[in-house]
Design a protein around this ligand. Structure first.
Ligand code: PLP
Length: 448
């Protein structure tokens, strides 16, 4: 493969970008002062910018390009489907073959009982859909006061008004007077920060107790559901102690509160199983999926609905007044199906579990002695280094986030994409990343 980037007038693109392109989650003034990097092509785990620099993508785009870049099979699947049926809606008593096949495939792959797939275009829309479904469910069950959804601080469930309210990102809340009523947040199981003198096991139980306390405070008859990312991704790759989720699930069952997992990041092999629900032995009532569902090659998301909720909504709910023009989009579904075929055919889940996953974790752990590294954590193909001022304590940096940003920018200047969440350096590379590429990731990080 030639690594030469196509001829691009970088200065022209940058100046048009500064004048017209409003980037998501970006300080536009700061970006315009600095100038954006123009990414022009990609292959495997590598990106190239318009100046010809080769960049290792330690984040799989935004935690999504699980099968890696440059997959001709996916382009061909999209092209075939566009020629056969580029679009038709799934609203008015019609379906299309890829949407139906994909729903059936997801029912097969996801944990038992999640037999229905409702399609949307993004993780945010999938989580909006969840909120409507669970509130409607409790109405139909004769408990209309069960409306509130409990989630966690640092949770990221998307960027619509509902998904932002569901999430626990205070900076997002502060800008727009959020969260909306009906959402409540408890602390996450963030051991390195909040564990104190407890063992991980003790801390997991204590962190789950926050759910019990909040239920007691608000009243179980007002709580519709608890939602969690099995590993909080954008929150800083917060891995729950083993004792956490069994306790959370017990509390949900005790109080008849639906248990929902957001597997938008953790799905499709990231943790070494198809879903993190399998890694952490979770039995969710509902699950949201996106990102790795199509490896980012087409916008698509799904809500997987378990038997209990589906039965009530389908048998008693009448028309569900919710959906999107592109729900079950035939091209996105065809791409997702082909993507799942690749993950299966190439054993990428197994690879994350027992080959490059452990290799990545070992590589990250080799940095544990670095004076700035307070904790190394990760599972499969997702990991984080928590940077601290002093390993003893540990003592965190003040202000939070400055050192993380410096380190992330250093990596980017050295052609490695990592992400900084507060002062945690996080990575989530394509599942196809090779061992030499992992070595490169670790050695670039080490130079920080
Ligand atoms: N849920 C989780 C766990 C996510 O990480 C994200 C995005 O990063 C979302 C939901 C929202 O997905 P989208 O950006 O596709 O709306």
């Amino acid at each position: 493969m030639s690594t030469a980037a196509p001829a691009i007038d970088t200065d022209r693109i940058r100046s048009l970008d500064a004048a017209h392109h409003w980037h998501p989650f970006t300080d536009t003034k700061a970006l315009n002062a600095e100038g954006t990097r123009v990414i022009v092509k990609a292959e495997g785990s590598l990106l190239w910018d318009s100046k010809g620099n080769e960049i290792l993508d330690g984040m799989a785009g935004l935690w999504c390009v699980n099968v890696g870049y440059g997959r001709k099979e996916l382009a061909e699947a999209a092209s075939r489907q566009m020629m056969a049926l580029p679009y038709y809606n799934t609203f008015f008593k019609t379906t299309n073959v890829p949407a139906t096949e994909l729903a059936a495939k997801l029912a097969e792959l996801t944990p038992d009982g999640l037999n229905y797939a409702f399609f949307a275009n993004s993780g945010s829309e999938a989580n909006d859909t969840i909120v409507r479904m669970v509130r409607h469910f409790w109405q139909l069950r004769g408990k209309p006061n069960k409306k509130t959804l409990i989630s966690r601080e640092f949770a990221y469930h998307g960027s619509t008004m509902i998904a932002t309210s569901l999430g626990g990102m205070t900076a997002m809340h502060a800008q727009v007077d959020m969260p909306l009523p009906g959402f409540s947040h408890i602390r996450p199981p963030y051991f390195v920060r909040d564990g104190g003198n407890m063992t991980e096991e003790e801390f997991g139980i204590a962190a789950a107790q926050a759910l019990e306390d909040r239920i007691q405070e608000l009243g179980a008859d007002t709580i519709a559901a608890f939602i969690a990312e099995p590993i909080q991704g954008a929150g800083g790759v917060i891995i729950p102690p083993a004792s956490y989720f069994p306790e959370i699930q017990r509390i949900c069952r005790n109080h008849d509160i639906l248990f929902i997992v957001d597997e938008v990041i953790t799905g499709f092999g990231r943790t070494g199983n198809w879903f993190a629900s399998q890694t952490f032995d979770l039995q969710p009532d509902m699950m949201t999926l996106a990102k790795g569902l199509s490896s980012g090659y087409a916008p698509i998301s799904a809500v997987m609905v378990g038997e209990r909720v589906a039965k009530t909504l389908i048998e008693e709910g009448g028309e569900f007044y919710h959906g999107f023009t592109y729900s079950g989009h035939p091209v996105a579904c065809a791409v997702a199906l082909e993507n799942l075929r690749i993950i299966e055919a190439e054993g990428l889940v197994e690879r994350a579990r027992s080959d490059t996953g452990p290799y990545l974790q070992d590589g990250l752990r080799s940095l544990a002695d670095h004076p700035l590294v307070g904790e190394v954590r990760g599972v499969g193909m997702i990991g984080a280094l928590e940077l601290v001022k002093d390993k003893d304590g540990p003592v965190f940096f003040d202000p939070i986030g400055r050192v993380g940003t410096i380190c992330r920018d250093h990596c980017f200047a050295n052609n490695l994409v990592m992400r900084a969440v507060r002062d945690a350096m996080v990575c989530s590379p394509p599942l196809v990343i090779t061992r030499p590429e992992i070595d490169r990731l670790v050695s670039t990080l080490k130079l920080c």
